[in-house]
Design a protein around this ligand. Structure first.
Ligand SMILES: [Zn+2]
Length: 239
């Protein structure tokens, strides 16, 4: 009897161990360790990259991001990069750009500056990303509770921050017809200014970069604006 119980226990233990190994293998097979190739990048259409980003954000904000082996991706991407897109984002530590779109190493160029505005250097960076390195999509991404936007609304003056905030002032000016309280304590107003700031950046890209404008007109790239919500990790596209 005791021998029978022992045999049964062993059989159950072996079964459980096998199941665990199968589960582990299944999990490992879902870990992304490959990186974008030149051929894959060339085959991508701007609309397709945008859809990938929308799906990626859904995975991110529902806790279903795809596991990645960044260590392997780092080694594989070292010889060359073929990113899908360039994202202009704020400096904010709560906006992890690659994670927000559930993308991995070598997938996105990221330009960051407090208040995600455009200047000559960022325009040059975006021209490099699209014209030289083949990215198909530009996303200008503002976000909820942006300190830089609040600073511009409050007309903060401090060291080099003064000159930086001046770049966001046009968005405050664009928002002067906002119905309601126009101060940094009103979250709706801050959001409104952030969205206008994204629109203004896109307008500046089209006006000040004939290279990117031409690529957009030819359908080689797409330029979109987005607003990222800190509170739930979701994105709204700015029309
Ligand atoms: Zn910000």
């Amino acid at each position: 009897m005791t021998k029978k119980i022992l045999t049964l226990t062993l059989a159950v233990a072996t079964f459980l161990s096998c199941t665990r190994k199968t589960e582990q293998k299944k999990l490992q097979s879902h870990v992304i360790s490959h990186v974008m190739t030149k051929q894959q990048q060339e085959a991508l259409k701007p609309e397709q990259v945008l859809n990938e980003f929308i799906e990626g954000n859904k995975r991110f904000n529902t806790g279903n991001s795809i596991p990645r082996d960044l260590s392997i991706q780092a080694r594989k991407s070292a010889p060359g990069q073929y990113p899908k897109a360039v994202v202009l984002s704020c400096l904010d530590s709560r906006v992890p750009v690659e994670d927000v779109f559930d993308q991995g190493l070598g997938d996105i160029f990221v330009g960051r500056v407090a208040g995600n505005f455009v200047n000559e250097d960022l325009l040059g960076s975006m021209e490099f990303a699209c014209k030289v390195a083949g990215a198909k999509l530009i996303v200008v991404m503002g976000h909820q509770h942006c300190g830089a936007v609040k600073g511009a609304i409050d007309d903060v003056k401090l060291g080099n921050i003064t000159a930086m905030l001046a770049k966001i002032k046009p968005a405050v000016e664009m928002s002067k017809d906002f119905p309601g309280e126009k101060n940094s304590k009103n979250n709706e107003f801050v959001k409104h200014v952030s969205e206008n700031n994204v629109k203004y950046a896109i307008q500046q890209i089209r006006e000040k970069s004939p290279i990117l404008k031409e690529m957009e007109d030819k359908g080689e790239i797409k330029i979109v604006g987005a607003f990222y919500r800190l509170t739930d990790g979701t994105l709204e596209f700015v029309k």
